[in-house]
Design a protein around this ligand. Structure first.
Ligand code: PMP
Length: 316
């Protein structure tokens, strides 16, 4: 889908997956003017397909586009394009419980710019790929390391939108952590260097007794759609959920820590290392809180329980 100079996208068309042509001076290549989204399609037991809250991804892309000085497809255009792409690729969607189809919408400045400025033209495209588990541990606990020098976002920056540069900012810390045997990095705020932010590609929750806490959305962390859904599910199940500043010291007292995101769904955290001290949580499996929430969310996404919130969109 391309956008004209009036900022409106014309409806697009399906094309075979392949390379795209780009000017060397495209805005996205030179000034990082790009946004992406991630969502999944699941196969129901009756063979139909379920999307999970696609309009939330459309709204988040529109919010990001505003920050990045880009026009964006309407919510309806976005959702219709996702549906058409998924239906055209439905043979790639694994059976219920065996994985999903990951959907990657991408919005970028493809017009040429030399001096720093928003690009004069934009492209919106979607590609898909069947996926299994995100971490090599599968749904087994992951190990995180707290990063206290490198930051992924600054107040007033772009950490709260899903722009490509945020991911460039985490590559260094994530590669070092992986080389040291950790699954991923847990970032701290860059002002006080003591409040939890998020992991490279997922949000973080800390459970203690009946209280589940998660860093509040304040512009430096991504407002995850799984995060938002888990907050509602947990409240519905009687947990007290607090969105607030969560100090790194609270990790020492927590019963369970888990991460949420489209790719990771819910990943239990087995241990967190902070300034050389390893804090262990659940060994080998899920803690009871993460297990309960994982079970509800995944059954909802696969159509195995009633969708009382109307979060899923069914395609056949
Ligand atoms: N934080 C970051 C930095 C992410 O990349 C993602 C993945 N989109 C998330 C959190 C989780 O967001 P969501 O639940 O919408 O996938």
């Amino acid at each position: 889908m391309k956008c004209d100079r009036g900022g409106k996208f014309a409806n697009g068309e399906l094309q075979r997956f392949g390379n795209i042509e780009l000017s060397p001076s495209a805005g996205v290549l030179n000034y990082g003017q790009g946004l992406f989204e991630g969502l999944k399609a699941y196969r129901k037991e009756d063979g139909n397909i379920l999307l999970f809250r696609p309009e939330e991804n459309a709204l988040r892309m529109r919010m990001g586009a505003e920050r990045m000085c880009m026009p964006a497809p309407t919510v309806e255009q976005f959702v219709e394009a996702v549906k058409a792409t998924v239906l055209a690729n439905k043979r790639w969607i694994p059976p219920t419980g065996k994985g999903s189809l990951y959907i990657r919408p991408l919005l970028m400045g493809t017009g040429a710019v030399l001096g720093l400025a928003p690009a004069p033209e934009y492209t919106f495209l979607i590609y898909v790929s069947p996926v299994g588990n995100y971490f090599k541990e599968g749904v087994a606990p992951i190990s995180l390391v707290v990063e206290h020098e490198l930051h992924r976002a600054t107040p007033g920056g772009t950490g709260g939108v899903k722009t490509i540069g945020n991911y460039a900012a985490v590559l260094k810390a994530q590669s070092v952590a992986k080389a040291q045997g950790y699954s991923d990095v847990l970032y701290l705020d860059c002002v006080h260097k003591k409040y939890l932010e998020e992991v490279s590609s997922c949000n973080v929750f800390v459970a203690k007794g009946n209280v589940i806490s998660t860093p509040a959305i304040k512009g430096t962390i991504l407002p995850g759609i799984t995060r938002k859904s888990i907050i509602d599910v947990a409240r519905g199940q009687g947990f007290q959920v607090e969105e607030r500043l969560v100090a790194v010291d609270e990790l020492l007292e927590a019963d369970e820590v888990f991460c949420t995101g489209t790719a990771v769904v819910i990943s239990p955290v087995g241990s967190i290392t902070y300034r050389g001290t390893r804090v262990p949580y659940v060994e080998g499996g899920f803690g009871p809180v993460a297990q309960q929430l994982y079970s509800t969310l995944t059954r909802l996404q696969m159509g195995l329980i009633e969708d009382k919130m109307s979060w899923t969109v069914e395609l056949r």
